[in-house]
Design a protein around this ligand. Structure first.
Ligand SMILES: C[S@@+](CC[C@H](N)C(=O)[O-])C[C@H]1O[C@@H](n2cnc3c(N)ncnc32)[C@H](O)[C@@H]1O
Length: 216
């Protein structure tokens, strides 16, 4: 198990995006994003095959606080290429917020039932990264297994799937479900700097970040 890193905002590709982000969000969320950025870089750099262009699918993205973080990490992993992110969530209000908040990004946000992504052939199945932040497996195991399955089907053969979890048992169960769908954990990090949630003992923001690939 790798140790988490608490990343400060490093200069480099996409820094201006993060400065934009940090200005427009509460400090606690900006700090969560800086930590997430470090963890994503640590988990993805050794595992994600270098690509000229990078496609990211963010399922159940909500209002997508993580949009700039993901795009910035993508730009650092594919510095000469084009990065595109597609976010999808079933909640109309959150997707509208995401569209307003992140209009400056190379991203689009879809109102979609993520259990039915296979109906959207035009999205393609060549995403380098499928991302699910704060997945809710505990609250609907069958539903979330379907969402995981749909996400896996959108991955390139060498693509990576990332989940983050807010509590330990849920993370373990989600990983077990992903393994039963043919995935293999390549990196699993306990974010020890993760922000505790005062109203939910044992839960903290992006407490776990796991990177998975298809089992061969
Ligand atoms: C815990 S929230 C996480 C949101 C966001 N990823 C974040 O980290 O803030 C779980 C999200 O799953 C979404 N969701 C639940 N069922 C869904 C479905 N069938 N299709 C798409 N999104 C769904 C909810 O609308 C909610 O935004």
């Amino acid at each position: 198990m790798t140790e988490p890193i608490t990343d400060s905002l490093e200069p480099g590709a996409g820094e201006s995006l993060l400065i934009h982000s940090a200005k427009s969000m509460p400090p606690s969320i900006a700090q969560d994003m800086a930590k997430l950025k470090g963890l994503l870089k640590e988990g993805l750099k050794p595992n994600l095959k270098p690509a000229s262009d990078l496609r990211i699918l963010n399922l159940a993205c909500g209002r997508c606080d993580e949009a700039e973080t993901l795009v910035t990490v993508g730009q650092e992993l594919a510095p000469k290429g084009h990065v595109e992110m597609v976010g999808a969530d079933i909640r109309i209000r959150e997707i509208r917020q995401a569209r307003e908040q992140h209009a400056h990004l190379p991203a689009k946000f879809l109102i979609e039932d993520a259990t039915k992504m296979d109906q959207h052939k035009e999205l393609g199945d060549d995403f380098n990264l499928v991302f699910l932040r704060h997945q809710n497996f505990w609250h609907g195991q069958e539903l979330w297994k379907k969402i995981f399955d749909q996400g896996i089907a959108k991955l390139r053969p060498d693509g990576m799937l990332v989940i983050t979890s807010y509590f330990d048992v849920e993370h373990r169960l989600a990983l077990r479900a992903l393994e039963s769908l043919g995935m293999e954990v390549v990196s699993n990090t306990r974010n020890k700097a993760s922000r505790e949630l005062s109203d939910a003992p044992g839960k903290s923001v992006d407490r776990w970040v796991a990177v998975l690939k298809r089992r061969v």
